[in-house]
Design a protein around this ligand. Structure first.
Ligand code: ADP
Length: 617
């Protein structure tokens, strides 16, 4: 009897890494499930598909969704696992419905096999299971496997009746804007871009949500956004019926760089972002003005949107959230949402003034621990905590802008980021209150430890930084000045990122223009040197240089060469040489970060994955 095709479609497959040294990669494949096999092939335009793998259904022991708290390093974000012949195949579907279809069909076809009793709901990564931390890949699972049910416990859609439809309409969902790791057992983990059911909003800051497994818990309301279709009324940036002329009037009156609103365009179903800039240019002259950008949908009816460049988002709130942090092709970042009645909203970061303003009375200033481009850094105490106090020289930073951003930076919270506790703006000069890092900056630390650092210690340093950077990347935050001098070392020798995003507030032209002496050319990607085009991919380039600093124990890159000579050799395709202490596998990762084209460089999520695989070899 011929096999009957049950499902087919394009998904991404992670290499199975059957041998410990086999590479980790993610490849698009065309999958076909029939009544006997699960096959996947490579499809190239104009060429015959080449079959790359085939799994007999009778060898499958478990098929299930994978839950993860980590960023997913490929463009399809919905993973599931197929455990067969003692190997784990991870497949990534483009959306949850597609994933459920495949898991359901595969389960149906394998339900009479000899199956596992228990399975691992999370990934095998870096030599251990992320769910139960066991380091034997074939260790028995930690969760009961249900061959008939689905991990999501999502009931199959029934025949719609009027009541069910009404219930569905009332059930609100939210989309996670970023990952969230719970700190108490009342809270729930969030995974960026995933949809959760909204259970309760009785507290403004903490909403109760339910995940697809049926677990409920509290999450910070700042981390999710209502998945409200085209109903944006709750967003302060939405002014539904505003005309182009009215928007211009209000924004010009506001006269704040980046003041913006989203309004209905004259064309039905289309939305326009209107944004004010002080530096709009016409006939080569700069003068203030309002720019209007239409939110575009590449395929009508499909839920993907973009604004200036082709950065696609699943919803308009996500798109706006991204451009609040990154200009990415717009004349300016969307800095201040302007409400219908005019006036900038104060609630951008979800924190009130009181929450980030530190009372100067609560601060004790101690000894100087360092000096940087913004001024002095002192040791200090704040609320029983040892803190670092960074005193900002007034002429060094544009205060108003910085205060805005400090609020956003305070929301960035990760174990590999130097935490900003607050700012003290009520005294002059203004100061930042930061987590204290006992072992100072990474570049000095490396030089002081010269000859005493183990391979493991160097790899751990790179891992720490890449973890912090993967979090920034996921939060759509660009560092812009990643280098060993901007990382600090804690008393437990954990390396953390500091000074992220700060260069935007430096008023010194020598530092901010790529042609000037203080610009960090030796850490900058070619597109930054040429056109100041910052992105997570330009951060990746700098990360490669930081890895080089680690493995040379703190040497200055291109030691005896001027910036101009460095630019010339980069243009000629030359790169930093392999440090003596760097294994070939680590140098390969550095070279990957230094690919000429940003798209050819890895994401931080992928790099983190690669580095953690190396740490177990
Ligand atoms: P800037 O950003 O103004 O250039 P840095 O952040 O480089 O300043 O700080 C200068 C020095 O101060 C660092 O090299 C480090 O020795 C010390 N320092 C900065 N922040 C901290 C901190 N959070 N904890 C301990 N020391 C710090």
């Amino acid at each position: 009897m011929f096999p009957r095709v049950i499902l087919n479609g394009t998904m991404i497959k992670k290499s199975q890494q059957k041998k410990i040294i086999s590479p980790c990669n993610y490849k698009e494949r065309f999958f076909v499930l029939d009544t006997q096999e699960l096959k996947y092939s490579e499809c190239r335009p104009g060429k015959k598909p080449v079959i790359k793998g085939c799994i007999r259904l009778c060898s499958i022991k478990c098929v299930e969704i994978v839950f993860t708290d980590l960023p997913i390093p490929c463009s399809f974000k919905y993973p599931f696992q197929v455990f067969h012949d003692n190997h784990f195949l991870y497949i990534f579907a483009p959306d949850n419905d597609c994933r459920l279809r495949w898991v359901q069909a595969l389960k149906e076809e394998t339900k009479n096999n000899t199956l596992v009793e228990k399975y691992h709901p999370q990934f095998w990564m870096g030599g251990k299971w992320r769910c139960c931390h066991l380091s034997n890949k074939l260790a028995k699972g930690c969760h009961a496997y249900d061959p008939l049910g689905y991990a999501s416990k999502k009931p199959l859609p029934g025949i719609p009746d009027a009541e069910a439809e009404l219930h569905g309409a009332l059930q609100k969902t939210v989309i996670a804007l970023q990952n969230y790791t719970p700190l108490t057992n009342k809270e729930l983990a969030l995974q960026k871009d995933k949809v959760y059911t909204l259970v309760d909003t009785f507290q403004a800051d903490w909403w109760k949500v339910q995940d697809e497994m049926g677990n409920t818990g509290l999450v910070p309301s700042t981390h999710v956004i209502e998945n409200s279709g085209n109903n944006f009324e709750r967003f302060e940036w939405y002014s539904k019926n505003m005309t182009r002329e009215e928007a211009e009037d209000i924004l010009i009156k506001e006269a704040k760089e980046g003041a913006f609103m989203v309004r209905n365009s004259r064309q039905t179903g289309v939305y326009t972002v209107s944004v004010f800039t002080k530096a709009s240019s016409s006939n080569g002259e700069k003068h203030p003005g309002v720019k209007h950008y239409q939110i575009r949908q590449p395929k009508t009816g499909e839920p993907t949107f973009y604004l200036a460049e082709k950065y696609l988002f699943h919803s308009i709130p996500e798109l706006i959230h991204y451009h609040q942090h990154n200009a990415a092709g717009l004349i300016t970042r969307l800095r201040h949402p302007v409400t219908q009645a005019g006036g900038c909203s104060q609630a951008i970061a979800g924190l009130s003034q009181d929450e980030w303003e530190v009372d100067p009375e609560e601060l004790d200033f101690g000894l100087e621990v360092g000096r940087g481009q913004f001024g002095l850094v002192l040791q200090g105490r704040w609320r029983e905590k040892k803190v670092a106090l960074k005193i900002i020289k007034q002429e060094c930073m544009s205060n108003e802008e910085f205060k805005e951003e400090a609020r956003i930076m305070m929301r960035l919270c990760h174990s590999k980021l130097v935490q900003l506790y607050g700012v003290c703006t009520q005294r002059s000069p203004m100061c930042l209150v930061l987590e204290f890092m006992d072992n100072g900056c990474l570049s000095d630390y490396l030089r002081n430890k010269k000859g005493a650092l183990s391979q493991n210690a160097m790899l751990e340093m790179c891992l720490d930084v890449s973890e912090g950077m993967a979090y920034l990347e996921m939060s759509n935050f660009i560092h812009r000045d990643l280098a060993a001098r901007n990382c600090l070392v804690s008393n437990e020798y954990v390396v953390k990122l500091s000074d992220f995003g700060m260069t935007r507030y430096v008023l010194d032209d020598q530092y901010t223009s790529s042609l000037c002496s203080k610009f960090p050319v030796k850490w900058s990607a070619p597109e930054v040197i040429r056109y100041c085009k910052f992105s997570s991919k330009s951060d990746i380039w700098s990360f490669g240089v930081l890895m080089w600093e680690v493995y040379t124990e703190g040497r200055i890159p291109y030691e005896n060469r001027t910036n101009a000579e460095v630019v010339e050799s980069l243009n000629a395709g030359m790169r930093l040489l392999k440090p003596k202490l760097a294994p070939e596998s680590v140098y390969m990762l550095m070279e990957w970060c230094w690919k000429e084209k940003p798209v050819d460089r890895p994401s931080f999520a992928l790099l983190l994955h690669e580095l953690s695989s190396l740490s177990y070899l």
